[in-house]
Design a binder for this molecule. Structure first.
Ligand code: G3H
Length: 318
């Protein structure tokens, strides 16, 4: 990852002045979706790029050491070797960006990756994910325990109760404490945009999370009824751009929740390229949080290489 965002003192004046032009945001989101015209080998190259930006995720009540192990193995070898060979990419060390699990499964993931001799980072959701409705003391302890178990990235959830009631100073204070509890682990702040009500709130929450030292801002937990949408992403990446222009600190972006198709992954890459530039097209500043996107990407790569589509069972999880 790149140099970390150290955060800045809370600038409430900046936050209070925020206004978002909804019509302009919706129009831009439409434009971006019509933009992706990459074909054939360019499309395959972009799909491989998308693979390297995936936080391969399992966040289920029935997660076990076994399925976490399979996830880790898939993350270390996300695309079949024969397909990579056909693209002359088999020596490029193509992996996903990270694996993402619940705190109680971090030790399992660390163990599996270590056994596979992989230095892939383990990301853990924390702070009472997904609702964030547990006492602050417990949320902080959860972060510390995940880090102690070997998580190198922590995906915290912001406190929506505080955000919805306009208590931005309290949101800032909590996120600062999470950042301190993370220590060297990089922190992604999940805004849970589907629960923030307005684009203006999304922009404000983005700013406050960045001011408090988030290394990434992330759209959603994947558990809200509305998750990563392109309009909301436009709002968040513009907050990232404004924060960068004002402070010089680069913050990453992670759309997550409901991203399932190769085609969508290409739209996300296009959005990042057009709104923030090429630097935001690599895993140190861009992640796709997804549990079931990889299978479709691998299937499209199979189609590029062989000219026909594989059945899903030909692209096993591991
Ligand atoms: O953080 C990642 C999300 O929980 C993944 O959501 P998904 O299962 O809809 O891909």
């Amino acid at each position: 990852m790149s140099a970390r965002n150290p955060g800045i003192p809370l600038d409430l004046e900046w936050v209070s002045k925020v206004r978002v032009n909804t019509q302009a945001v919706l129009k831009r989101a439409q434009q971006i979706q019509g933009r992706n015209k990459n074909k054939k080998q360019w499309q395959a190259a972009w799909l491989l790029r998308a693979v390297t930006c995936i936080d391969l995720t399992t966040l289920a009540g029935d997660d076990t050491p076994g399925n976490v192990h399979r996830l880790c193995m898939k993350a270390t070898q996300p695309v079949r070797t024969d397909l990579l060979k056909s693209m002359d990419m088999h020596n490029e060390g193509v992996t996903t960006a990270a694996v993402c699990v619940y705190p109680s499964r971090v030790a399992d993931a660390v163990k599996s990756l270590k056994a596979a001799n992989s230095s892939l980072p383990v990301a853990s959701v924390a702070t009472g994910f997904p609702a964030g409705q547990t006492p602050l003391k417990a949320r902080l302890e959860e972060v510390r325990m995940a880090v102690e178990d070997g998580a190198m990235e922590i995906d915290i959830v912001i406190n929506r109760t505080l955000a919805l009631t306009g208590q931005w100073e309290a949101v800032y204070d909590e996120v600062c404490q999470f950042r301190e509890a993370c220590g060297e682990a990089h922190m992604k702040s999940i805004l849970a945009v589907g629960e923030l009500g307005t684009y203006t709130n999304v922009y404000k929450a983005s700013l406050v999370a960045m001011m408090a030292g988030s290394d990434f801002i992330k759209t959603s937990t994947g558990k809200e009824s509305v998750n990563a949408t392109y309009p909301v992403a436009i709002v968040m990446v513009r907050a990232i751009r404004d924060y960068f222009l004002k402070t010089g600190h680069k913050v990453g972006f992670k759309p997550a929740g409901g991203i399932r198709t190769a085609k969508e992954s290409l739209v996300w890459l296009t959005l990042m390229k057009e709104e923030l530039g090429d630097e935001w097209l690599s895993p140190h500043l861009f992640r796709l949080g997804a549990s079931s996107l990889l299978a479709d990407i691998e299937r499209q790569i199979y189609h590029y290489v062989t000219g026909h589509y594989a059945a899903y069972h030909q692209m096993p999880m591991a």
